[in-house]
Write a protein that binds this ligand. Structure first.
Ligand code: ADP
Ligand code: ZN
Length: 516
């Protein structure tokens, strides 16, 4: 049977989701496929439906037994001959699967990757008339991610033994992971690749520099009173103080973080699911397993860790397709904190470099001067036009050529020996002869006072935009002193201009004082 009637009769859907149809056709035609779709995009259909269109059995490798069981149950209820070989099987279940294989009736055979390690599995599959392999959560083959599953490396052997087409699915889109999936699962020839469906057009995107952040969050939440929302915070302590501030303002709020006992956590999850209009103020510990379709807004009180984390977190809003709003706050302190978290982590250098790049991508989004959705989708590899549904499209910011002040700041950083933080650099630029400045003789530098025309607050915003564009970086080996990056060299040489946003400068305020 062809795809459309099966889609209706077996799965009960009226149409395909974005991207599904092309993938289904390619898999059904026996092509090797790598499909990257966001979580909830409908990946399973993309191998289940073709399995019903083809002769023989499709083997599905999936990492979670609970997920396998859910899928097999749902398929059986829809009348599909599906079975699983997992460690959780009863003897009868296993016997029924083998019987289905012997009779040539089974269409989908799920198994966890560990099963591939047992010596009988490959010969059994070779006899069973397997005509295709599907790999769910294919990023588990990558040592880059935190989901690495060594047994996924056996899929290469499975493939070589059975010599059938392979379709791999994942929601993880970063280039390193993609490259590793390619090398491990498709060593001989590149598969047909699909990347679709990352756009969530109902979600409005907005960023704002921190400017009285508590008030900014309160205002945002108050304007949405009665709607369920999540406020993500960078620390556990902040979830509690901010939840209290919202309560004090008369809004129903509750804190949630990984340091809480399991009981109270379950209780918050339950309340959020049941109650309308509750605000959960949480760390990133809140999210996995939250399946509430009508979350109307997500705010970030602090900058997320990476562009991937940002996408995941805002993506919890508006699952029902209804209007949803987001607002992400960021400040110089966030940038410094996120950079030092990466630098001080235990990851190998290669990984740290990649993490800095992911943070840079998010900062680029935060300081963007053109459509945010276009930028975000572009990062995931999808092309799009301006969206008309982000703060930039709604109200395009004024920009100006900031090359000259940026070069002055870079020169002040260089001449002071790349050892000082933003405060000292700004003192030098505006000609503020503090004790530290005079002691070090920085009042005798040619750059001393060369930026007096720009005020201190504006300089802070310029330096933040420079940090955001990775022209400057705090160096952990110099106690966070700013150093200039590779990207700053062409600017210093006058080869490329730097366009800055004026509104971010107008709104600039001193960064909040953070006590250790
Ligand atoms: P994921 O990509 O996260 O693996 P799933 O395959 O679990 O996503 O699909 C997510 C949800 O979307 C499921 O509830 C599924 O039934 C539903 N779904 C998938 N395809 C369609 C479709 N074409 N029309 C409507 N709902 C769909
Ligand atoms: Zn836009």
């Amino acid at each position: 049977m062809s795809a459309a009637p099966l889609l209706r009769q077996v799965f009960g859907f009226d149409g395909f989701r974005p991207g599904q149809e092309e993938i289904v056709e390619a898999v059904a035609a026996g092509r090797d496929v790598l499909a990257i779709m966001p979580t909830g995009g409908g990946k399973s259909l993309c191998y289940q439906l073709p399995a019903l269109m083809r002769d023989g059995v499709t083997v599905v490798i999936s990492p979670l037994i609970a997920l396998i069981r859910d899928q097999v149950r749902a398929l059986r209820e829809a009348g599909v001959a599906a079975g699983a070989l997992t460690s959780g099987n009863t003897e009868e279940e296993t016997a029924a699967v083998f019987e289905g294989l012997r009779a040539g009736e089974l269409k989908l055979l799920y198994m966890a990757p560990e099963r591939l390690a047992s010596s009988g599995t490959l010969p059994m599959l070779r006899r069973a008339g397997v005509t295709a392999i599907a790999v769910d959560e294919a990023h588990c083959v990558s040592q880059w991610g935190h989901d690495f599953r060594p047994d996924y490396l056996r899929i290469g052997e499975l493939r070589a033994t059975l010599n059938v087409p392979l379709a791999a699915f994942t929601a993880t889109a970063d280039v390193e992971t993609r490259g590793e999936i390619m090398r491990r699962l498709f060593p001989e020839a590149a598969p047909l690749s699909f990347l679709r469906g990352f756009d969530r057009p109902n979600i409005h995107l907005a960023f704002a520099p921190k400017d009285g952040p508590r008030r900014q969050i309160l205002d945002f939440a108050r304007a949405r009173d009665g709607q369920s929302g999540i406020v993500y915070c960078g620390t556990r302590a902040k979830t509690e103080t901010l939840a209290q501030a919202l309560l004090d303002a008369g809004l129903p709020a509750v804190a949630y973080h990984g340091g809480m006992e399991a009981g109270p956590r379950r209780e918050v999850e339950g309340r959020f699911q049941r109650e309308d209009g509750l605000i959960v103020v949480a760390t990133v510990a809140f999210g996995m397993g939250i399946d509430k379709p009508d979350i109307r807004w997500v705010a970030h009180a602090d900058l997320p860790r990476s562009i991937e984390a940002y996408y995941q977190e805002i993506g919890r809003a508006g699952r029902d397709g209804g209007p949803a709003e987001t607002m992400t706050l960021y400040g110089q302190e966030d940038i410094r904190l996120r950079r030092s978290q990466i630098d001080e982590g235990q990851a190998p250098l290669e990984r740290k470099t990649a993490d800095h790049a992911r943070l840079n991508a998010l900062l680029g989004l935060a300081e963007a001067a053109t459509c945010r959705r276009q930028y975000l989708l572009g990062y995931f590899g999808e092309e799009a036009g301006p969206c008309g549904h982000c703060d930039i499209c709604n109200d395009p910011p004024e920009t100006f050529d900031g090359t000259e002040p940026v070069r002055k700041a870079l020169s002040a950083v260089l001449r002071t020996g790349e050892t000082y933080g933003a405060g000292h650099i700004i003192d030098v630029l505006i000609g503020n002869a503090t004790e530290k400045v005079t002691q070090r003789g920085h009042d005798r530098l040619p750059t001393f006072g060369c930026g007096k025309d720009i005020g201190k607050l504006a300089w802070q915003a310029i330096l933040r935009q420079m940090l955001g564009r990775d022209l400057l970086r705090p160096d952990p080996e110099r106690h966070g002193g700013l150093v200039i990056t590779e990207a700053a060299h062409p600017v210093l040489r006058g080869e490329i201009p730097v366009i800055l946003r004026r509104d971010l400068i107008a709104k600039a305020r001193p960064a909040p004082v953070v006590r250790a």
